[in-house]
Ligand binder design. Structure first.
Ligand code: BGC
Length: 801
């Protein structure tokens, strides 16, 4: 009996997604790569996003070396994660403690730039005549490859082949190789290879709040530039800040007779220039290395040295070394993170694409995070949100726990800023994380859908608990976690109270929950339920430390001035937490007044009026029962063990028809809920939306960046939804089913030092321990022990109706 067929390789020549005929696939279906077989203006900006490359420190959009003509929204961008420009907000009408500054992700000089000319004619994508074109980014290689043939106006034909990478081995390095072959002529070609600190941003819609407006000219001030024969460099200072950036380039040509011309310099754009004599059939290859380093003002000479070292090392090791290193890094990533789908190459592609991009963009150094759009575009100015803790960390905890820890370390690194914010918000104790930020300060200028989302504190606590459970990394808790959990827990006591009008229950007023189509409400169910969990986690961690490391416990308590009576009040608040319930409907109201409002008539809202947020004033939306994204249902998923199945069902049936899913954070969680409730067709349809959201540009806004939470959420839809994975009794429990559209699927889960691969077939499930010597798991409620080198096969209970 076949449990699972071999993984897919190679390309499937179908022009639309086999999973969903409503949405046309914009790129050819290939489970392991994104490709373009023709150069079209139609999805040109989208292509810049989906072909983006990153390594967690740096990200660069998939723009062409030579630029693009005819695409006004083309958006150049090379970004540094965690480095930002502080821009002062100006409010025509201000109130106390409004966010004062924005943090804008920094764009660094574009070093991809190459100009190729023959007989004075420049090669310009979008304008020049091509006889063939192919470009691909393979998720196992991490190298962007392009090959095309250009016919010049004078009738000469050239082949251009390039490879580009953002190194996963040296996070400071971007490298490219550009080979030009004269196919049918002997003659001269000219290459101008530059570093551009003056590039502009595309013509993106300024009325859409989700589009970021990043600009290199606004944020960087040039301090220095250097032009050598085969080298270029800039030093910049972030305006009004204390950060300096060194961008340096070294390049060389091989394969032909090259004449080096004087370097060129036009306002903040510097280039090395070459003339090359080619014989028919001969090629010349330009190899270009770029190093980006940043540090504090004063470290300029150190940074220059570091950049030179990165470049010297690159030259010594050579381009192919970095190509091989990409493969190695990605192999180890896929070994533990791969989700495979047998029976639907389009969805397999979606999953691989999503997880690949998360791995590329996620900060891995404890000093940076993952922006809502990763490092793929200017959207949301590169801000970090709760997306990290509720969507990205679960994937990493069970696939790459080392990176999950780094993200939590990042949160800890901004704890002081969260303390500052808490004081601004009149909390005399504790820490309130910014709703959106890079450096830690609150950057949300619209507080009803920003600062009011206090649930971000609970998200950090939830992720900390999940990480701790899966890794038992008490070292992290002792170093950072406990302090962070306790400081953030304090805030609930600052905004909640035991309400005599509600039987002395603990009520939390004037907050916004995940659903941003309701704002400033009392007792948002999700917030209260997550706050309860947060307070309980804070107490459990205190109990553990008290019992196991009294010294550390006392030290942290002393450091933050925590009193035992506070712990008691947390227990009491958790026990008496008010969770709204409506007897008549048998559901949890989203908040105290939600059910009193009229329902939005979604059936009669035309597509041109969606998403609601860009067509209606917030007040119009807030007056209705309508959801931007899943809220009560999200609580049912995240805290599933606390609620009865019938309550979950009633909640889902009530809220699902009111949910617009105008936020891409929504469908993955609803898919998980549907799987649990046996609503298999719906689970599948939500899953397809999640898995191919960006590849098919289903929300129409991928031009300015990918949706990291949605991409990571697709992992949850497979593993927690179809695979039914939950942690029960300190072991991974699986309750899988096979969507009827598939032949099988597989994924792996890391837990407490072990890693189990789960392969679900038509009749059986195979569990293989890939790491560790033994692991206890549960299969459809039955406890089993799996051992290294002894795959265990269990029957799949038929669940799908
Ligand atoms: C969602 C938020 C999310 C943000 C960044 C918004 O549209 O409503 O929940 O954090 O996007 O992804």
């Amino acid at each position: 009996m076949r449990i699972f067929s071999k993984p897919f390789h190679g390309e499937f020549a179908v022009s639309h997604s086999s999973s969903d005929t409503k949405h046309e696939a914009l790129f050819p279906i290939d489970p392991w790569a994104i490709q373009q077989k023709e150069l079209s203006l139609k999805h040109a900006t989208l292509a810049e996003t989906v072909f983006a490359q990153a390594n967690g420190y740096m990200g660069s959009r998939g723009t062409f070396e030579e630029g693009m003509e005819g695409n006004p929204t083309s958006t150049e961008g090379t970004y540094l994660n965690g480095v930002f420009f502080r821009e002062k907000y100006s409010y025509p009408e201000i109130a106390y403690a409004f966010a004062t500054h924005n943090n804008k992700m920094i764009q660094v000089p574009n070093g991809k730039l190459i100009e190729l000319s023959v007989d004075g004619e420049r090669f310009v994508p979008g304008k020049s005549q091509l006889s063939s074109f192919h470009r691909s980014l393979d998720f196992r290689d991490g190298v962007l490859e392009r090959k095309l043939r250009w016919k010049t106006e004078s009738g000469k034909e050239l082949e251009l082949a390039s490879r580009r990478l953002v190194s996963l081995e040296n996070q400071h390095l971007l490298a490219l190789q550009y080979t030009v072959t004269a196919l049918d002529f002997d003659g001269k070609i000219e290459l101008k290879s530059g570093l551009d600190a003056s590039y502009g941003v595309g013509d993106l819609d300024p009325s859409d709040p989700r589009v970021g407006q990043l600009s290199i000219r606004e944020s960087l001030e040039q301090c220095d530039q250097a032009l050598g024969e085969n080298s270029l460099a800039f030093s910049h200072r972030v305006k009004d800040g204390d950060v300096v950036i060194r961008s340096a380039c070294r390049q060389s040509l091989s394969g032909a007779d090259v004449q080096t011309l004087p370097s060129s310099e036009e306002s903040s754009k510097i280039s090395n220039c070459y003339v090359i004599n080619l014989k028919k059939g001969q090629s010349v290859t330009l190899t270009k290395y770029l190093a980006y380093h940043h540090g504090k003002v004063g470290s300029e000479s150190q940074l220059s040295k570091e950049a030179e070292q990165s470049l010297a090392k690159a030259i010594e090791l050579g381009f192919d070394h970095y190509v091989d290193a990409q493969k190695e890094k990605l192999k180890s990533f896929w070994d533990s993170a791969e989700v495979n789908i047998d029976g639907d190459p389009a969805l397999a592609q979606g999953m691989h694409f999503n997880l690949f991009h998360i791995y590329q963009s996620v900060g891995k150094d404890g000093r940076s995070n993952i922006a809502a759009k990763g490092l793929t575009g200017p959207g949301y100015d590169g801000h970090y949100f709760w997306d990290t803790e509720i969507y990205v960390i679960p994937f990493l905890v069970y696939s790459y726990p080392e990176i999950a820890r780094k993200l939590l370390e990042f949160r800890y690194s901004i704890l002081d800023k969260a303390r500052e914010r808490a004081r601004q918000m009149s909390h005399d104790k504790g820490a309130l994380f910014a709703w959106r930020t890079i450096g830690g300060e609150e950057c949300s200028a619209y507080f009803p859908a920003g600062t009011a989302q206090y649930h971000i504190n609970a998200a950090v606590a939830y992720a900390t608990r999940q990480y701790l459970d899966a890794t038992q990394d008490w070292d992290f808790i002792k170093q950072c976690g406990a302090e962070m959990l306790w400081e953030t827990a304090r805030i609930w006591m600052g905004i909640g109270h035991f309400n005599p009008r509600k039987d002395g229950k603990f009520c939390i007023c004037e907050v916004t929950g995940p659903d941003e189509y309701s704002a400033m409400v009392d007792n948002n169910f999700y917030t209260n339920a997550m706050a309860r969990q947060h307070l309980r986690t804070a107490c459990e961690v205190a109990d553990y430390l008290k019992a196991n490391d009294q010294d550390r416990y006392n030290a942290i308590k002393e450091q933050i001035g925590l009193d035992e009576s506070e712990l008691e009040s947390w227990k009491k608040a958790a026990d008496r937490m008010y969770l709204p319930y409506d007897d008549k409907l048998g559901i949890n109201p989203q908040d105290d007044t939600f059910l009193d409002k009229p329902k939005w008539d979604l059936a009669n809202t035309p597509d041109e009026k969606r998403p609601l947020l860009i067509h209606f004033h917030p007040l119009v939306i807030y007056r209705h029962q309508v959801l931007k994204q899943t809220d009560v249902v999200l609580a049912m998923v995240l805290l599933g063990e606390q609620f009865e199945e019938e309550l979950k069902r009633r909640n889902f049936e009530y809220y699902d028809p009111l949910t617009t899913h105008d936020s891409t954070l929504s469908t993955s969680m609803n898919s998980v809920a549907c799987s649990e409730l046996g609503l298999y067709d719906k689970a599948y349809s939500y899953f397809t939306d999640t898995a191919r959201m960006d590849l098919d540009n289903r929300h129409g806004n991928t031009d300015y960046g990918l949706h990291a939470a949605c991409m990571a959420g697709s992992w949850m839809t497979v593993v927690m939804g179809f695979g039914g994975m939950r942690i029960r009794g300190e072991r991974p429990a699986f309750d899988p089913y096979l969507p009827k559209q598939w032949k099988g699927y597989s994924f792996s889960v890391c837990y407490r030092g072990g890693r189990v691969k789960v392969e679900v077939g038509a009749e059986q499930v195979r569990y293989t321990l890939q790491q560790g010597s033994e692991m206890s798991i549960t299969h459809h409620g039955k406890a089993i022990n799996i051992k290294a080198n002894q795959p265990t096969t269990e029957p799949l209970l038929a669940k799908q109706r």
